[in-house]
Design a protein around this ligand. Sequence first.
Ligand code: 13P
Length: 249
Amino acid sequence: MTNKILFIANWKMFGDLNSVKSIQSVINLSKKKNYKNAKIIYCPPYTLLNNFVIKTRKTNLDVGAQNCHYEINNGPFTGSISSTMIKKLGAKYVIIGHSENRSNGETNNLINKKIHSAILNNLNVIFCIGENLFEKKNKKTNKILKKQIGMGLKKIKKIDKIIFAYEPVWSIGTGKVLKNKELIKQVIIIKNIIENKFKNQKAKIIYGGSVNNQNINNLKQINEINGFLIGGASQNSKKFIDIIKKTIN
Ligand code: 13P
């Protein structure tokens, strides 16, 4: 993996064939010398994965899926996609444990199985963690994060292919973001939890939750993070480019 600044676009359940060409301006930007330090990764819906892989071929951009099944072999799992299929398609990343899936019943155990499957397939995992509003209000944030990390990474030995995406659930799509001081404090706690569990290994942590072209000037000041996981604002190439430009310049 890379030490570059990560800009991961999570398109969620948005986008159709027409949106594939909209990323051309982002590809053009990535070719400029100034932006060599930016690692841009698109996670479109499954229906567009192949198109994105083709579109980003011979560019610096990479592609990831938004989820996968835990089973690596083919099987009777209607509606599911395995990490093996994702890998074979040419995608290099997969988001696992997003709160929008956790809230649909995805447990820490299931997430753990999915992470094992992705690692077996040599995919990079964007592992989402974060507390919801109830947990935050009840001062359970650190306990929840510890549990998500502990259970999610059970029997995982190396974290070199894992990107930890700290996404407070209450911040996703709401425009609400922690003040830098509080966010830094939280990221350091997460780093400590991870590096206590994985001795002598470095945790790569990114932030997600209402990142946009307005608050990026603030967020980019945070040295403790390695980049951003961006939902809404990443679907609009102008806004996404604005975020990348403001961060790099
Ligand atoms: P928003 O940037 O739309 O808040 O979404 C964040 C997110 O869930 C990325 O995975």
